[in-house]
Design a binder for this molecule. Structure first.
Ligand SMILES: [Mg+2]
Length: 386
């Protein structure tokens, strides 16, 4: 057994192949939060009388022929076979008694922000993946703490926002995501690192994010149906059909997924956004909102002791398309003034480019900071040896 290095002085030897790294008893946990039937849940907050009924959010089929798709179906509608992304006409045939609600994205974006602000209470690192999915990273927590935090988050989302959520908890993002899908609806599934291979083994290969019908078909052709079948193969056997994806898949199947891209443990970016109650057509109104959001963001970075090297602004237009622009500030800066000045300049550039052509009004504004670094050298030092 190699001599154990004292905590806080991990030597470069710890990274050599064959030499086990310094043991950390408090790993990094990923809490993958996925809201259940999100658009439907948002609608039920306003129309509680529809709880327990088959509700579908999507362009109502009664409004004439439409090529639209179902955006979200309540769990009461799902036994009929109705699913999100299904053509409206098909869904209407499968579930004629469904109650249709036209989508209201402003409402969903607002709810999504509310959710993120609940999540940020529990960690400074919240990674949003979509309007209804985000990962909360707990940097130094025991398994019990991770489980309890997931329970608290689920309870807060239900009691404060009336939004049911499922949460998968694991030490990697991909396993946490798979666990979330298994926890639905309204469940929590924690997968301990030494339990990962056994948890994955009975699941179909399609449970793996990134494995679609095509890869599934390829694997089936090789006699591989479950993730356990995959774990039993040598990656070299699968390189011909799958290329570089082969070794990644087999490692995951064995419960040893590739490290998450954000394992630097450093927060990479922060952003905040605002969807306007009415689409904005005046620069002055947009500028006011940019100043407000930039100020909000600067304050929250200040609380976390972070400086920023890059500022970005994104505008979502009335037709839902999005344009963005970002700029490096050179050295890392801090405070409201540099953030606001940069954000206003970027927003102005986006606005003027738009004015010279299509002149669409603005629905949503977001302000973002990247290349975040701790404010003092001392913090960098402590973080390095955590
Ligand atoms: Mg969801």
């Amino acid at each position: 057994m190699p001599p154990s290095s004292p905590r806080g002085s991990s030597s470069p030897l710890g990274t050599l192949p064959g030499v086990p790294p310094v043991e950390s008893s408090r790993p990094r946990w990923v809490l993958y939060v996925d809201l259940d039937a999100f658009y439907v849940s948002c609608e039920l907050r306003d129309r509680p009388e529809l709880r327990g009924k088959p509700v579908v959010v999507g362009p109502p089929p009664s409004e004439g022929p439409t090529r639209g798709v179902v955006l979200s179906a309540s769990y009461e509608a799902r036994p009929t076979g109705v699913r999100s992304a299904m053509p409206v006409g098909v869904a209407a045939r499968l579930c004629p008694e469904a109650i249709w609600i036209p989508p209201d994205f402003t409402k969903y974006e607002r709810a999504s922000r509310e959710v993120r602000s609940v999540l940020r209470r529990h960690s400074p690192t919240v990674l949003p993946f979509s309007i209804d999915e985000a990962a909360v990273i707990l940097h130094d927590a025991s398994m019990d703490e991770a489980q309890r935090t997931a329970e608290t988050i689920q309870r807060e989302l239900a009691s404060e926002l009336s939004l049911p959520a499922s949460i998968g908890v694991a030490t990697s993002r991909v396993i946490a995501k798979i666990a979330t899908d298994r926890a639905k609806p309204a469940g929590i599934r924690l997968v301990a690192p030494d339990e990962a291979a056994a948890f994955l083994a009975p699941l179909p290969v399609r449970a793996i994010p990134g494995v679609g019908p095509k890869t599934e078909g390829l694997l089936r052709g090789l006699g591989i149906q479950t993730i356990g079948d995959l774990a039993a193969r040598r990656p070299s056997e699968l390189v011909r059909p799958l290329g570089t994806f082969a070794s990644e898949l087999v490692s995951l199947a064995r419960g040893e997924p590739r490290p998450d891209p954000d394992t630097s443990e450093e927060p990479r970016s922060r952003s905040t956004d605002h969807t306007f109650a009415r689409d904005v057509e005046q620069w002055e109104e947009l500028e006011r909102a940019v100043r407000e959001l930039a100020g909000e963001l600067a304050t929250s970075l200040d609380h976390e002791g972070l400086r920023f090297g890059t500022v970005g602004v994104a505008l979502r237009w009335a037709d839902f398309t999005r344009t963005q622009r970002s700029r490096s500030l050179g050295a890392a800066r801090e405070g409201t003034v540099p953030l606001t000045e940069a954000a206003v300049r970027l927003a102005r550039e986006l606005w003027e480019t738009e004015r010279s052509s299509r002149r669409r009004p603005v629905r949503t504004l977001s302000v973002r900071t990247e290349r975040l670094v701790p404010r003092t050298q001392k913090q960098v030092f402590l973080d390095e040896f955590r």
